[in-house]
Design a protein around this ligand. Structure first.
Ligand SMILES: *Cc1c(COP(=O)(O)O)cnc(C)c1O
Length: 430
């Protein structure tokens, strides 16, 4: 499969090249040249297939032959070594729990898949790459963990000193091997600025292949389409139309769901559930896309003022606003509403959600006011990842899962830096 740049000013290229580069040379996002629906029989018999079989059939057209079928099967089996349960909330709402991976984040799947693809492309040690990531806390851990031990791939992860939780810091700084943590004297934006500057620094990029590991990268973005298939497999016997409410930040996850829909998955509607960062909500109301600076919320993995994948969503709907509106609704909620939703889920349904899932639940309820469907909201992080907020709302202790217990006694290893020049020195001396 070839990929083109949405800016249309760069040559079309292979999956391998798109995955190694991340962004096209014209700074556009890569998009698959074609999307061929799967046979109807695939969906008719989906409940008889394993998750790995479903994932392989669903993604193979985007990846093979650059990764041979047998290698792709192994990559998928290694990526998906945990569960994706659908939990019933009430008659019309369920949640798809995406937090059972090694770092309890839904980004585990994309990161593990991308890491193994890059590892394959580097199998003869010709394409050593350095993945550079800035994290505000939650997502860096998934990336770092996903790449742990993958040959030919080094990960350098920048985080703001004193601005991430103890659990998050442990997840970032105790991995070792090919993962290096840089503790930046500054805030998240400083980390992000340093990373951006590195990508534009020709002295650096002429000496090393730098890449990013966020959802602009096709190898991290596309495997997220699996989730929607796994949910359908578990809910098909309900014989009811399904809509998905997706807590969205950069809109990579929901856009992958729309790829699953293009592949033929019966999805009636998508709901983008947002916190106070409401750029897309406004766009759906006004048709005018006005990016703005992000505002801080308690569902901070969605604090994005200019969602990078929204342009892919527009492409999927042929830039036709009416077509998009028929397939996507979007809502925005305050932190206060999010806290109330956390409490409601706990009191009425005995379900402990995290703030991101709670926003998804609110979007599900809004959609049900005028639609007769079953809504699945995606639970994108384990509640203990946002322990302060959740424990404060539900007034109960939450037990730490083993994935977290395991890192808590390990020793932190991080290099302190304060300036871009220090980052550059570090990278050049790697
Ligand atoms: C990254 C993230 C999101 C947002 O996903 P996008 O693909 O950026 O829309 C939502 N919830 C959690 C917990 C996340 O880490």
């Amino acid at each position: 499969m070839n990929y083109y740049s949405l800016n249309k000013k760069a040559p079309n290229t292979t999956f391998a090249d798109a995955a190694v580069r991340g962004l096209a040379p014209d700074k556009g996002l890569y998009f698959p040249e074609s999307i061929t629906p799967l046979d109807a029989s695939f969906f008719e018999t989906i409940e008889e297939k394993s998750n790995a079989e479903i994932a392989f059939e669903a993604i193979k057209q985007f990846i093979v032959p650059e990764i041979p079928e047998d290698v792709l099967k192994t990559i998928i089996e290694e990526t998906l070594n945990f569960n994706f349960p659908v939990v019933n909330i009430n008659e019309n709402i369920s949640t798809l729990e995406l937090f059972h991976g090694p770092t309890l984040a839904f980004k585990d799947v994309g990161a593990r898949f991308m890491a193994r693809c890059l590892g394959y492309f580097n199998k003869s040690n010709t394409n050593e790459v350095t993945v550079l990531v800035a994290t505000s806390g939650d997502t860096g851990g998934a990336v770092a963990n996903g790449f742990l031990g993958v040959k030919g791939v080094n990960v350098v992860i920048l985080y703001p000193s004193g601005k991430v939780s103890d659990i998050q810091e442990k997840q970032l700084t105790t991995l070792r091997q090919n993962i290096k943590a840089l503790e930046v004297d500054g805030v998240f934006d400083d980390c992000q600025d340093m990373v951006k500057r590195a990508f534009l620094d020709e002295e650096l990029t002429s000496k090393m292949q730098l890449t990013s590991a966020n959802s602009i990268n096709v190898a991290r973005w596309l495997p997220q389409l699996f989730y929607y298939m796994f949910a359908y497999k578990q809910l098909k016997s309900k014989h009811k139309d399904i809509a998905f409410s997706v807590p969205s930040g950069n809109f990579g996850n929901i856009c992958a769901g729309m790829i699953a829909q293009k592949l033929g998955l019966p999805v009636k509607h998508f709901i983008a559930s947002n916190n106070a960062n409401d750029t897309v909500v406004n766009y759906m109301n006004t048709q005018s896309y006005e990016p703005k600076p992000s505002v801080q919320t308690i569902s901070n993995a969605m604090d994005v003022g200019n969602p990078s994948n929204f342009i892919r969503i527009q492409e999927l709907h042929n830039k036709d606003f009416e077509a998009l509106k028929a397939n996507l609704s979007s809502y925005s909620y305050t932190d206060e509403e999010t806290r109330e939703a956390l409490l409601e889920l706990y009191k009425d349904y005995n379900y402990v959600a995290d703030p991101h899932g709670a926003v998804g639940y609110l979007g599900a309820k809004a959609h049900l006011k005028s639609n007769d469907v079953h809504v699945v909201f995606l639970e994108t992080a384990h509640p203990t990842k946002f322990l302060d907020v959740v424990a404060d709302v539900i007034k109960e202790n939450i037990e730490l899962p083993p994935q977290i217990m395991r890192v808590m006694d390990k020793e932190k290893e991080a290099t302190a830096i304060a300036t871009y020049d220090e980052l550059k020195m570090f990278l050049l001396n790697e």
